[in-house]
Design a protein around this ligand. Structure first.
Ligand SMILES: [Fe+2]
Length: 505
């Protein structure tokens, strides 16, 4: 059960109780997961219940509530689902904290200040604020420690000088650094340090003063970043996705209103797939659709591809054969970020499109066999595409591990999975090769679980956008004439549009 109280979000599962961030007058009861029982293996959340500030109310945004409600879809009857729930919950809180950050002011210390004074052996903290709940700091030999809210942050002195936001060091109009970093003494230390309720003040040996808002430091410190996700996501199998009933966006709304576009992008970012309905079934209209959110990425397949089983290219895609799940263009150093599909015509049978959330499968591997997950993030592989058909002569090579994670928070951002195009493995010694095959088998087994397969029949008028860095696609074999068009989009440009509309991406 989820309940939003004035000062916390509570999640209960049997005996488990989970207080978290939030200040709102709302109370939102949510049904427990069907069949879920017993204690939850949720990861402990580092936050503590927040002391309520009288008169301080934060309206919970529809976006936030929607996100929480969507997270219900993680519930299922198995213990495995609870593990998933716990993991995603941690991510949700990180993102919800971000959503609430403008009104959220942490009031939690690692230890109550009074208690610290009485305990022998605890570190002594400076606090230059009169009645500060925050802002304890310690000058160390090579770094400054700052305690704010429930977070202990450590800052290298050169970093503190380098990120100075004063007018002479940083141009707030262009958001660019003016300071020449190479001019900073690598042995620099601040001469004086002061902290009040909201700000850290540093005076450097040459008299220059640097100020940092503690909120800014929390957001930009390594310790703050490793608790957050770059992009909130809802991982899914077929049941989760279907029960979420993610709406398609109408073509007119998508093209003509920012609300329609934002709704589409929010769903796309959360699920890695999204549909637009009522698109005129032409290549030209599909192109207009794509250009609404991104530059089109022109590749060796052209700008807009137009696809029939005419064997015109040296790729299995140009046949009527079934295609196993894969991500595209793994043989590019930067695989294409998004793929757009629009079926313009099909007179025949079969040809359903298969979609599998690669991050959901990878998450299962992380929970069940973390050593396999880690190996898949470490072993670099080559993927290769060699084509000599007609006038098409291409030889592409892309290198990277199957799973790509941000090292500071272990967040997955790219899966490179294509057994057709994986090249000779010659980048690691033989003993690691065998371990890699075992890890690859674990992931493949997850990707091939029937319950993880979402099958959709593409039809004229319904365009599908797929996050090619996350969701694998495939198709069943088909008969008859089938005409598909689409294109690739650059991920940077899609995320750029999403950020412009205020979404976290
Ligand atoms: Fe493909």
């Amino acid at each position: 059960m989820l309940s939003l109280f004035e000062d916390q979000l509570q999640i209960r599962n049997g005996s488990f109780f989970f207080p978290a961030f939030c200040r709102s007058a709302s109370l939102i009861p949510v049904q427990p997961p069907p069949g879920a029982s017993g204690s939850s293996p949720l990861e402990p959340w580092p936050g503590l219940p927040l002391k309520r500030q009288s008169g301080s109310k934060l309206p919970v945004t529809a976006e936030f509530v929607g996100q929480i409600c969507r997270y219900q879809s993680f519930f299922s009857s198995s213990a495995q689902a609870w593990r998933m729930w716990g993991h995603q919950l941690t991510r949700l809180f990180s993102s919800s904290r971000c959503l609430l950050k403008k009104s959220f002011k942490p009031q939690v210390l690692l230890w109550p200040l009074g208690l610290r004074k009485t305990l022998p052996g605890l570190p002594r903290w400076h606090n230059t604020a009169s009645e500060s709940r925050n802002g304890g700091w310690k000058l160390k030999e090579d770094h400054l420690e700052v305690e704010y809210g429930d977070t202990l942050m450590r800052f290298d002195y050169v970093w503190l000088r380098d990120h100075c936001r004063s007018a002479s060091c940083y141009n707030t109009k262009t958001n660019q650094r003016s300071l020449d970093t190479a001019s900073v003494d690598l042995g620099i230390r601040p001469q004086t340090v002061r902290v009040d309720d909201t700000t850290l003040f540093l005076t450097w040996p040459d008299g220059h003063v640097t100020r940092y808002s503690l909120e800014w430091l929390l957001k930009n410190s390594y310790e703050g970043q490793k608790r957050q996700v770059m992009q909130p996501r809802i991982l899914w199998n077929a049941q989760i996705y279907q029960e979420a009933q993610v709406p398609s966006v109408d073509c007119q709304s998508f093209l003509e209103s920012n609300e329609g576009l934002k709704e589409f992008l929010q769903n796309f970012l959360l699920y890695g797939i999204a549909f637009v309905e009522n698109v005129p079934p032409t290549k030209e209209d599909t192109e207009i659709l794509a250009e609404r959110i991104s530059l089109i990425r022109e590749t060796i397949y052209g700008r807009m591809w137009h696809f029939t089983s005419d064997f015109s290219r040296g790729d299995t895609a140009y046949t009527k054969l079934a295609l196993d799940r894969h991500t595209d263009t793994t043989y590019f150093q930067e695989p294409c970020g998004i793929q757009v599909f629009h079926c313009l015509r099909h007179e025949g049978t079969g040809g359903r499109t298969l979609l599998v959330d690669g991050f959901y499968a990878a998450e299962q591997v992380l929970q069940r066999a973390p050593e396999d997950f880690e190996l898949l993030t470490k072993v670099p592989l080559k993927h290769e595409y060699i084509e000599n058909v007609g006038r098409c002569h291409n030889h592409m090579i892309g290198v990277g591990p199957v799973l790509n994670v941000y090292p500071w928070n272990n967040e997955l951002y790219l899966i490179r999975y294509n057994n057709y195009d994986r090249a000779v493995i010659n980048t690691v010694p033989y003993d690691m090769v065998h371990r890699w095959y075992a890890a690859h088998r674990t992931l493949t087994a997850e990707l091939r679980r029937p319950e993880n397969e979402l099958w959709v029949k593409l039809k004229p008028g319904k365009a599908l956008f797929v996050d090619n860095w996350r969701v694998l696609h495939g198709r069943e074999s088909f008969t008859g004439y089938r005409q598909l068009c689409g294109c690739y989009l650059t991920r940077d440009d899609v995320l750029n549009t999403a950020r412009f509309l205020g979404l976290q991406a």
